[in-house]
Structure formats: structure tokens, C-alpha cells
Ligand binder design. Structure first.
Ligand code: DHK
Length: 154
């Protein structure tokens, strides 16, 4: 087995959970919209959901687009699927869309809020066309639903 294929093998039980800009502020950020769960709570919720299905999660949060791109690229070797809340980059980033398309892993786009009930600029997502599923407006439960879905299809 080559080094690359054994890494891919090791990644089969891993789901990458990506949170983009400002999601490190969960818990205190506009709680009337985003709720009071912290990023640590979200990552714990994702880990517990994954564990129930025999998966583990790798969690990445960054306010920097390039860091998120690198995490998606690495997932090609290290993960079987991706849960992504790209925050505001959802509405701006062709680069994140291209990265998701390039790695060809099943991905689920999650938004805590129902972006369609919010400002017009949040209604368009560059990522939705390259994601297998999109979950919006379910609060942080959306992360669990995304993991349940990925566990089902993987
Ligand atoms: C989170 C953000 O940071 C916003 O920029 C998106 C999303 C919505 C959410 O609902 O999780 O527009």
C-alpha cells in the first residue's frame, strides 16, 4: 500500500467539519439569530453524532479563506465526507466551490439560520450546486442532521 492510499484508507472513518468566518464567535454572536451554543458545543455535538455511526470528526474553524481551502484539499486524503458552514464565504467564494468540486467528496452545506428569510445577499450560495445536501434554519441541530445524512450515504 502506498503512503497516499493508506492515508485515504485511514480517512474513510473521518468526517471533516468546517466552520468559516465569525463562527468562532458562536455563543455570543447575535444570539437571537445564532443561538447560545458555542463553537466548542457544535464540535462536541458533531463528534457525538459521528460516534453513533462509527465515524470520527476532524473540526476546522478559520476566518481565513486559504486555511479553509487547504483543509478541503487535505480532506481528499484524510476524510470520507465534509460538513461545511462557510459563513459569509458561502455567498462570495468561487474558490471554496472549486475546492469542493475538485475533491469530489460528498459534502453537506449547513447554515444555522434560515438564510432565505434574511437579506437578499444571503440567498445565493456558491457552494450549494456542488454539495449533495443543504440544511438551513435548523439551528446547530443542522450539523447533526448533516452527519446523519453523510453516515447514511457513505
Ligand atoms: C453564518 C454566517 O456567518 C453568515 O455569513 C451566513 C450562516 C449564514 C449561518 O446561518 O450559519 O450568511
Amino acid at each position: 500500500m502506498t503512503e497516499a492510499s493508506s492515508a485515504a484508507e485511514a480517512g474513510r472513518g473521518t468526517i471533516l467539519v468546517i466552520n468559516g468566518p465569525n463562527l468562532n464567535m458562536l455563543g455570543t454572536r447575535e444570539p437571537e439569530k445564532y443561538g447560545t451554543s458555542t463553537l466548542a458545543d457544535v464540535e462536541q455535538l458533531a463528534a457525538s453524532a459521528a460516534e453513533k455511526h462509527g465515524f470520527v470528526v476532524e473540526c476546522v474553524q478559520s476566518n481565513h479563506e486559504g486555511v479553509l481551502l487547504d483543509a478541503i484539499h487535505a480532506a481528499r486524503e484524510n476524510a470520507a465526507g465534509i460538513v461545511i458552514n462557510a459563513g459569509a464565504f458561502t455567498h462570495t467564494s468561487v474558490a471554496l466551490r472549486d475546492a469542493l468540486a475538485a475533491v469530489q467528496l460528498p459534502a453537506v452545506e449547513v447554515h444555522i439560520t434560515n438564510v432565505h428569510q434574511r437579506e437578499e445577499f444571503r440567498h445565493h450560495s456558491y457552494l450549494s450546486p456542488v454539495c449533495a445536501a443543504v440544511i438551513v434554519g435548523a439551528g446547530v441541530t443542522g450539523y447533526r442532521l448533516a452527519i446523519d445524512y453523510l453516515a447514511d450515504v457513505l
